[in-house]
Design a protein around this ligand. Structure first.
Ligand SMILES: [Zn+2]
Length: 176
């Protein structure tokens, strides 16, 4: 059999378990040790095969509902750091062109805040991109993938709210 290393960075164990590279690429494989194949499968199962809208419902039932997990794990501090910077950039790019595209400044800033929550720094990002960002972030913040943290749950609520704002916005202003 193969004697390659686990695909997880910083892991020096042998990669004895194979997993598809991505949902879009099921024919090529990467190899993991037992610990990391478990981690991989867990993440995979949770979200990869769900649409953004399914995830939306899932968060509402699962997170904002009653369920709580007790696991402790790492949190993605990257995400929290990035949000403010993106918001700033978006607002700057807005002053350049004015707020013409949006019904009002208020509407525009709500939309921009929502984009920033989803780490999107392009105000014209297509809905597909927004959906895929939404999925990424949910995956980063979900207690079953990062461990339970009050901070993450609050963040997830915000992310969900933002996602809804963006979707509504698309329906009102962008679909023609
Ligand atoms: Zn490993």
């Amino acid at each position: 059999m193969t004697h390659q290393k686990c695909s997880s960075s910083d892991c020096n164990l042998l990669g004895e378990y194979k997993a598809p590279i991505s949902p879009d690429n099921l024919r090529e494989y990467q190899w993991f040790c037992l610990t990391h194949i478990k981690e991989y499968n867990k993440n995979w199962n949770y979200f990869e095969n769900m649409t953004a809208d399914e995830i939306e419902t899932f968060i509402e039932n699962d997170i904002i509902g009653h369920r709580k997990t007790q696991k402790i794990g790492a949190t993605n501090s990257n995400y929290f750091d990035k949000t403010n910077k993106i918001r700033e950039n978006l607002f700057n790019s807005f002053t350049d062109i004015g707020n013409i595209e949006f019904g009002s400044t208020l509407m525009g800033s709500e939309y921009i805040n929502a984009l920033a929550e989803l780490n999107i720094n392009d105000k014209n990002a297509p809905l597909e991109v927004i959906k895929s960002k939404f999925k990424d972030i949910v995956k980063q913040l979900h207690p079953d993938t990062v461990g339970y943290k009050e901070e993450n749950i609050e963040k997830l609520k915000k992310v969900l709210e933002s996602y809804k704002i963006i979707k509504n916005h698309y329906e009102r202003f962008k679909s023609k």
